[in-house]
Design a protein around this ligand. Sequence first.
Ligand code: GLU
Length: 412
Amino acid sequence: MANPFRQAMQQLEHAAGYIQLHPDILERLKKPMREMQAAIPVRMDDGALHVFSGYRVQYDNSRGPFKGGIRFHPKTNPDEVRALAFWMTMKCATVGIPYGGGKGGVTVDPKKLSQRELEMLSRGWVRAMRDMVGVDTDIPAPDVYTNPKVMGWMMDEYEQLVGHHEPGMITGKPISIGGSAGRGTATAQGGIYVTEQLLKKLNIQRPRIIVQGFGNAGAVYASLAAEHGWRVVGVSDSKGALYNEKGLDVELLAKHKLQTGSVAGFFTGAAKTMTNEKLLLQPCDLLVPAALEGVLTSINAGRVKARAVVELANGPTTPEADEKLFKKGVVVVPDILANAGGVTVSYFEWVQNRMGYYWAEQEVFDRLRPMMIQAFTDVWNQSKKYSCDMRTGAYIHSLARIAEAMQDRGRI
Ligand code: GLU
């Protein structure tokens, strides 16, 4: 698989080539400000001691505290976390929330851990990173295979260490302990707001959609899309994929996933089962990668039949694929815009924690919607102004904000 950090740096250089980006800014953005790799020992249920590798990368904090999730995945490695931390920096600037970017992770297959082992690992991560994280310094959140429960353990561990309540040190928490209404569905909801704008621009009424990945982002996006009367024609998860050109029953599918742990094996008369790789190449209007990096590459991009790609995952499209898709006229709505609803509601959660005053779900979405629409419009306009793809448009837009902050701080 392509190295995601190299991918991120290629994107940065490509965008910098369009604008008069100060060379010192480019230089600063080529390296994270600070990185931590720590050994996290966990006593397993069978009595053995297992030492996991945990990471936190603090990429840039010119615009505010570092912000970004923690990923628990068997393939997580320093270069991946570095890339994800860089993308968070660009994402927060794209939507205009007052944060820099960071990311964390542990190399682990959490599906193989018991609840107790998972809790020990989560608490261990916080003990290892306690000097890095904090409400005004670096604020973690969920990412792939972490969830509100993990955030709850992490907050509790941190509060025990510092000896006072500090719910704003982490976001994506359970609502009972300071989480925000709407945070659980915010990534998908933000993606839907962006999709609505895209459909207007492309003049598509009832899109046929393929969602690759059926986790928090993908599954919620599919069900919101179905509520909109859009046709979800394909879905997949790590175990397999399904496609039916007439549309899939997303509600039944979600139930099936809950019962069996996978979308594979779901039986509806005309639906065809296939591999994830094949699913990406089926006919549709919108292709929504919602799992991991590097799924659209130079090898398959030329055969994508979608009219547009909406990146709910981080980093699903390699630079070579971007170029091919752009030449084919396939619009790619980049991750740093399409999935920014999650971190935007994380920001709302942090604001609510600091006020100690909580909003109803409707208020959260009433605030999220205009921010996503504004960000979409800004990015779209930049891509038209520079005749470039939307990712480059988003980079141009966010780099201007980061550059201004760096300049105003006298960092360059
Ligand atoms: N992990 C999510 C992302 O990649 C959310 C980060 C956050 O809420 O801080 O955007």
